[in-house]
Every structure is written in C-alpha cells, then in structure tokens.
Write a protein of this length. Structure first.
Length: 655
C-alpha cells in the first residue's frame, strides 16, 4: 500500500520537524536533524540553511509496517507558492499542519484553498502542542475556517504533563513513554469528554453514507467498527470530512499513530487514478550547477522498470535508471509503481507541468500560479556578471515560474518580479549559485504627467540653408481628456492633409517626455486648428518638428502636473493585526475601500501609491510576524501632492 501526501501549512508550523520525526521513527535516519542547526533532510540547500526556512519542496520516502509513504515537505512561506502548488498537484492528499500556539494562520487558509481547488482529500495535524496553545479552542477555529473537521485524537494530560493521546474513534487511550505506546482504557475522568467528541465524529461519518445513516436512525445503534472505518475512509477520500490528528515532532507524541491515520483515512494512488498504463507529470525542476537539470516526476498510474520509455510533448523520455529522491540524495530502485516520486537527472528537455505517458497523451492536474506582487531592479555587479545574467536567469525561471523578468523600456531597468522580498532575496542567492552576482535595488517609479486646463499656441520650425530649407507651422490646442485623442481641425488647406500623420507623430514624440520632469504625458486632447506651409520647403520632418515645438510650448501653459501610479491591495491578516495594518496604510497615503472577515482572518481592500508600497512585503511581514499576505493590481494614475511633486521634479531634473 502506498500513500503520497503533501505537508503544507504556514511557515513555522512544524512541517520539516515532523518530517524528521517520521524519518527517524521509521528507521530512514539514525538521528533527527534540526531546523535551527541546518541538519534536516528537507532543508539542504545553502539558501535554506542560511534563512532557516524551506524554500523548495523536499521528498521524504518512508517505509512503515510494510507500506510505503512519499511525503512532500513544502515551504511555508507563501513567497514560494509555485513550489507549494507543484507539490499539491503531485500528491493524493494534503496534510495541513497547524501550530497549536499560533492557531489558524494565513498559510493554513491558503494551503487549504489550493488543495480544495485541486479536489484533494485533506486533513489537519496539530503540531507543537508541547509548546502551549488551547487545543479545543483551536478545534472551534478550524471548524469555522475549514468546515467539517473530525478530531480523531485528543491530547491526554495528567496535571501539566502531556502523556499521550485519546483515540476518539476507537475509544482508547494511548500512553507514550518516550519509546513505545501502551493502549489502555480511557480514564474515567475523561470518559465524558471523549464520549462527546466520539458521538460527534460517528454522526459526521455516518451522515456521509446513506445506508449507514438509515441503519443508525432506524436501529439507534452505532455501526460496527469496520463499517465506521470503511465509511470514514470513503468520506475523507471524497472530501466530505477532514480528520484532525495531533503530533509533536519534538516529543514524538502522536507521530506513530499519525502514520496509522494516513493509512486508514487517506486514499491510495489507485483510488485516485485507477489502473492502466503509466502516466506521470513533472511537478518540480531543479537546475544544479554541477549536475544539470533534474526533473521530479510523480507517477500517477502504472509501473516502471529501468530502461522503460515514456512519451512527452518533447519526444521520448528514457529511464535508464530509476531514482527516488530523499532530500538531496538519489536512491536507486529496481521498480516504481503508482504513487512513486522519481528524480530524473540530465532531463534537459523536460519542464515543469509536462505530462509523461505510455500510450496516449492525457491531462494531468495543474494549478494556475498567482501574479507576482513584488519587484526590484536587478543590477549585475560586474561586466562578467552582465554577460552571464541571461543564461542564469533562464535557469532560475526554469526552476521557479512564479518569478518574472522584464525590461522597463521607460526607465531602462531590468525588473525581477516575485511573490515577496524573501522570494527575491533567495532568487538573488540562487543566481550566485550559478556564478552570477547581482544587486537588488528599489526600482524607479513610472510617474506620468498630465495637464489641468485648456491652452493653445504656435509651434513654428523655419530653417534656411543652401538649396531647400525647412518650414512647418502648427497651431495647437491642448485640453484635459480621459484618454489621448488627436483631432484635425484644419480647413482651407493651410496645412496639406499629407502632413497630418507627421504632425501627430511630432505630438506623440514630444508627449513621451513631459515638460515638468521628462515623464510621459497622458490624458489630453490635441487639436490642430491652424498653421501654414511652404510649397517647396515644407516636409514631413518639418511639420513633425513644428508639432513637437507646439506641444512643449502649449503644455507648459496648460497647467502641467505630476501623476503617480495607484495600486489596489488585498491584504489578508489575523483579525488582531487589523488595526496595525489600517494605521500603517494611513501613513502610506493609502485609502481603505472595505474589509470583511474570513474565519479567523481579516481581508482588507485598499489602494495606495506604488512609491509607498515598493517594500510592502517586508513591512507586512514585520507588522504581522509573518502571518500576513497580500496581492496587488494596478488601478489608475492620480495627482501627486504638491510638496511631494516638487521634490520628485527636482530629483528628476538633477538626474
């Protein structure tokens, strides 16, 4: 029996520590690694060790009681959403970890939502109960946020000591002495509590099965244990109920029973995908400096042996050897079946989301990545770095498609977009791994200029040289408008129609650099209403220059003003952080458009100038201790306050 599951949840909720405990208890490791010491199997890259967080999905293969598990340990930081979503598409179930002291967090809700969209069976593991927290209040918060939860374990404490678990479905107590469990009857003083939760659990499970429900209502008796177990598994598989278990990666309480719950409740690959010819998908790509591209493949269906060939959109893919990844190791195996996670080195033709099939192409699960929210200007440190930047960035984008690189033609800057400041910082460090050193700098703000009143005037270009001269004469009227508009009001042929296109071109070219600080001018109506020409000296170039001169002259008289880009923000934070967020937004010239509640979280809709939120990822993390998230979207341009505008104009002119 195989289980392929993804650990997901907020950063710091104990996923990696729990993974270490599983490796240790199943004999895959002799000694548990530590996140703080940088010795875990999951967090093996230089970036992960430096920051003390997971930035990539790691694969942890386990064997337990003759069954095989593939655990995908995903990052908790939402900055690395591409890695999280890729892992969830490769899993048959999502195990969402929730820290007991911290409760439901933004990462909890986001991981749950992605798994829900993928129609993945889901369960919750409450971690760090040894460090505090109110388990029963947490159950209520989980129920209000996530839905039909069914606690399968309750904590068993004696005084201030946590001594084991109360098995709700089996109505048993499991005492843990640090090495093994002793199964005993539920203590009398806890029998009523366990009975209440057991009754609720049985009712929730029975309600998902019509036959059992009918039997339960008619006979008034609880179904047989094997009937409950079967209905429980089916209800979890269909996403009708969500088990809540308890496990501490530090004390190891609940870790072994958790593996049993995985087997009992979560679906097998065959239940999710049926049987048939091999079908797989590349859910992750890693480009290692000395190894090349390594493709991580989930085998959804079928079986593979060394030497087998699958098809892809890029042609045949041969598996000369079969490797199962374990952290940064590759373990060779002699066969792979549905549910296996494989690593294929030197996979130059494979890319993330690519399907692999044996007979006919088939669709594989995919999830759309959100738009990046944060950007910085990326500047190579030396000439050698500049020459190598393109190739290094291509490797980076191959690994992480949630990053985006673009050139701002207006400012000339190369902009690297990501999901947060940590995401961009890790990307910079990753480029260093490829031998390219860069700096990340705050980008220039793409200001605009516009006019506030109507004005008109003449632009005349007259130049006499030997032979033909140059002559163009344009009278122009500018006035504010919603969008750019060009109007030709010439009558009587004072400017021949053949020069109309050149005149508009001159206006457009001049509008690219405004009269205040050289920023593009938007929101105006340009009407050419008079002028003159010379039968010999007039030309397209002459009228283009004349129109440009007219625009600059009239724009100065039309009340030019500076505009700044305004962005919409959707900010999700714990409710108790809402006041801090609103106060901070006010200090950033932000405007709150509304707010609502989503379980334990607050959702704030606002707008603010781009110049005030360039580093908002860092600010939000500081204000919420990493418990907030946001996305942004361009909204419109608005006038800059006079004092600030003067400062911006002076800086632009000095540059």
């Amino acid at each position: 029996m195989i289980r392929t599951i993804a650990f997901a949840g907020h950063s710091g909720s104990g996923k990696t520590t729990l993974g270490e405990a599983l490796l240790y208890l199943t004999g895959a490791k002799e000694r548990r690694g530590s996140v703080s010491e940088g010795t875990t199997t999951s967090d093996y890259t230089p970036e992960e060790k430096a920051h003390g967080i997971s930035v990539r999905t790691a694969v942890l293969p386990l064997d337990w009681k003759g069954h095989k598990f593939f655990v995908l340990d995903t990052p908790g930081y939402l900055d690395f959403i591409a890695s999280i979503r890729g892992a969830l598409t490769a899993a048959d179930a999502a195990v969402v970890t929730v820290s007991a002291p911290d409760g439901v967090q933004i990462g909890t809700e986001r991981a749950w939502t992605v798994a829900e969209r993928l129609e993945l069976p889901r369960m919750v593991v409450v971690t760090k109960l040894d460090k505090g927290g109110d388990f029963f209040q947490l159950l209520e918060d989980l129920r209000s946020t996530l839905g039909s939860i069914v606690p399968v374990h309750l904590p068993w404490t004696e005084g201030s000591n946590w001594v084991g678990l109360l098995d709700v479905l089996r109505n048993k107590a499991l005492r843990y002495d640090g090495e093994k469990y002793q199964e005993v009857e539920v203590p009398a003083e806890l029998a009523e509590q366990v009975g209440t939760y057991r009754e609720q659990a049985i009712e929730a499970i029975v309600e998902t099965d019509e036959n059992l429900l009918e039997q339960y209502l008619e006979e008034g008796e609880e179904p047989a244990p094997e009937q409950v177990a079967k209905a429980f598994h089916e209800a979890v598989r269909q996403g009708l109920v969500y088990p809540v278990a308890i496990a501490s990666g530090e004390t190891l309480i609940g870790v072994e029973p958790l593996l049993d719950i995985f087997l009992q409740a979560l679906p097998s690959p065959t239940e999710r995908w049926g049987e048939g010819p091999p079908l797989g998908k590349v859910f992750k790509v890693q480009v290692e400096p000395f190894v090349g591209k390594v493709a991580y493949i989930r085998l959804y269906r079928g079986e593979l042996k060394p030497g087998d060939v699958l098809q892809s959109e890029k042609g045949p893919v041969k598996f000369n050897k079969l490797y199962v990844p374990r952290g940064n190791e590759l373990l060779e195996v002699d066969r792979a079946e549905a549910g296996y996670i494989l690593a294929l080195p030197k996979a130059d033709n494979l890319h993330r989301t690519m399907a692999l099939w044996a007979e006919e192409p088939e669709e594989v699960p995919m999830t759309k990545l959100p738009e990046p929210t944060t950007f910085m200007a990326i500047v190579p440190k030396g000439k050698g770095d500049e020459a190598k930047l393109g190739e290094a960035v291509n490797k980076l984008l191959e690994e992480d498609p949630s990053l985006r690189l673009e050139r701002n033609e207006e400012t000339g800057e190369m902009l690297l977009w990501g999901m947060g400041d940590m995401h961009l910082e890790v990307a910079k460090e990753r480029l260093h791994d490829y031998g390219v050193d860069v700096e990340l700098k705050l980008p220039k703000i793409p200001y605009r200029e516009t006019i506030r009143r109507k004005a008109e005037g003449q632009g005349k270009h007259k130049k006499q040289t030997g032979g033909h001269g140059q002559y163009g004469d344009v009278w122009l009227r500018l006035e504010p408008a919603e969008d750019y508009e060009f109007v030709w009001e010439i009558t009587g042929g004072v400017i021949p129609t053949k020069y109309k296109e050149a005149v508009e071109k001159g206006i457009k070219e001049a509008a690219k650099k405004g009269v205040l600080a050289g920023f593009p001018v938007i929101g105006f109506r340009a009407a050419v209403y008079d002028g003159s020409h010379h039968s010999v000296d007039s030309s397209d170039l002459s009228f283009q220059i004349a129109a440009s001169l007219a625009f600059k002259k009239v724009a100065e008289a039309a009340g030019p003003t500076l505009l700044e880009p305004i962005y919409k923000l959707k900010i999700i934070v714990p409710q108790d952080k809402m006041g801090d967020i609103l106060s901070d937004l006010q200090g950033r010239r932000g405007r709150v458009l509304g707010s609502d509640m989503d379980g334990a979280l607050a959702v704030i809709h606002a707008e603010a100038p781009l110049g005030e939120i360039l580093e908002y990822s860092r600010v939000l993390r500081s204000l919420t201790a990493g418990q907030g998230a946001y996305n942004l979207e361009f909204s419109h341009y608005a006038e800059v306050p006079p004092q600030l505008a003067q400062k911006i104009v002076e800086e632009a002119k000095s540059e």
